[in-house]
Design a protein around this ligand. Structure first.
Ligand SMILES: [Zn+2]
Length: 270
């Protein structure tokens, strides 16, 4: 069973100390996939100066050379990997970036090329900002051949571009829903990578304020019962002492499970 960690929102506004503070005693056990924003535009959240919440200004990652140098070192040491997390991560009046921006194909292509050039690593995985992806967003990411790490992605055929695997994967998810005794609308994280024509998708469990250790343990035990894998997703900027303690106890729990292997998030798609 593969276990991975994903952390969202590394960008111009991030300082290496913030990430070191959360993962300095984690990534020797499991590398952390940093879902990184190439040209961040501010929005209201902790860690972004209030003056940038509505300024609409884009900040290329390179304008934080300390962070770029730190990322390169940590990538070389295999402590972190990097995924593409949108292009600007900006919110629109009618949706999040990968639901509402007009030029999604360009954003995927340019964002990926930019991170690859600045950080010197190939990018294989896309994480949608706010885990939100429209049919058009999905098409753009799939066309680029990037695998997708999400949380509550929709498998409903009407929400997706059509291909024969859409129906097969929908059916797989429904069988899992039945086998786990879930009602039709109950939230569900399918514990296997679902392969489509040009990409694959894997759903993560969130570690956010309100998450309990019991919920994560129940999730990982369910994934194990079904021969699946598990990925935990969080944001470094909201990991306080309580969340950090849950993270460490969760890692201790899974480390004691037989047959567990800590991997990078990219390896979930192997
Ligand atoms: Zn994000």
């Amino acid at each position: 069973m593969k276990i991975a960690i994903r952390d969202d929102d590394t960008c111009f506004f991030t300082s290496p100390e913030e990430i070191e503070h959360v993962y300095g005693d984690v990534w020797q056990r499991v590398p952390v996939c940093l879902a990184t924003i190439p040209f961040a535009i501010g929005y209201p959240r902790a860690g972004i100066p209030e003056s940038e919440w509505h300024s609409g200004r884009a900040f290329p990652l390179e304008q934080n050379p300390e962070l770029v140098a730190w990322l390169q070192t940590r990538i070389a040491a295999r402590r972190v990997t990097v995924a593409l997390h949108g292009y600007t991560h900006e919110d629109y009046a009618d949706g999040f970036e990968f639901q509402a921006a007009p030029d999604l194909e360009r954003r995927v292509t340019e964002g990926r090329a930019y991170l690859e050039r600045v950080l010197g690593v190939p990018i294989h995985v896309f994480v949608p900002p706010h885990n939100a992806l429209s049919k058009r967003g999905l098409e753009a990411v799939s066309a680029a051949g990037l695998d997708i790490l999400g949380s509550f992605l929709s498998f409903r055929p009407s929400n997706r571009p059509w291909e024969w695997r859409t129906a097969v994967n929908w059916w797989r998810v429904q069988r899992f829903r039945l086998a786990t005794g879930r009602r039709r609308t109950a939230p569900l994280i399918y514990p296997h990578a679902l392969k489509y024509g040009r990409h694959a998708e894997f759903g993560c469990y969130g570690l956010i304020p309100g998450t309990t250790l019991e919920q994560l343990v129940a999730g990982v035990e369910e994934a194990r019962r079904f021969g699946g894998d598990f990925c935990l997703a969080t944001h470094y900027w909201e990991v306080d002492e309580r969340l950090k303690s849950i993270l460490m106890r969760f890692l201790d729990h899974v480390a004691a499970m037989p047959g567990v292997r800590f991997v990078s998030a990219e390896e979930l798609f192997d």
